[in-house]
Design a protein around this ligand. Structure first.
Ligand code: FES
Length: 156
């Protein structure tokens, strides 16, 4: 089922979008609820998505599979309008943002990998000092072990 408007503005039903993108209808509802995608309503109050939304939804799906938080995906897609057909310049700006988000993700994974390697070698599993198990711990930067007992300092 599809509605035909002007070229490039063809409207697709949620079933078609789900089939084309592999994204479950429930996920499409959720993406719309949090403002990642947009639809209009038919006279029968059914969701209709412009064809250009397929590209946006596919990118959201890929980003999600890569473990990128939806908020970051939304930020990366901010340059891409939802109410008109995006231009190549819009997609180029989004590409720059995606690259930044992926680079941030890569650095976070590398940092986690470094910490994990250190913890495998350490093995203390201390909730007080382990920067992996207890990343917000103010004493973690001072090293593994019972820092309070060694220095007598208190955490401020
Ligand atoms: S196991 Fe993580 S610091 Fe010891």
């Amino acid at each position: 089922m599809s509605d035909n408007n002007s070229p490039g503005q063809e409207l697709l039903g949620i079933g078609q979008v789900s089939e084309r993108t592999g994204v479950a209808k429930s996920a499409l509802h959720y993406y719309e609820d949090i403002g990642l995608i947009h639809s209009t309503r038919s006279t029968g109050n059914q969701r209709r998505y412009p064809r250009h939304m397929l590209r946006r939804i596919s990118l959201i799906s890929v980003g999600s599979k890569l473990g990128i938080p939806l908020a970051d995906i939304g930020h990366a897609l901010e340059p891409v309008p939802m109410d008109t057909i995006p231009s190549e310049a819009d997609w180029k700006r989004a590409s720059t943002e995606w690259k930044r988000v992926l680079e941030h993700r890569r650095r976070a994974i590398e940092e986690l990998e470094d910490r994990l390697m250190g913890c495998i070698g350490c093995g203390c599993l201390s909730m007080e000092a382990c920067s992996l198990l207890n990343p917000e711990d103010a004493l973690a930067s001072q090293g593994a072990g019972a820092r309070r007992l060694e220095s007598g300092d208190s955490v401020s």
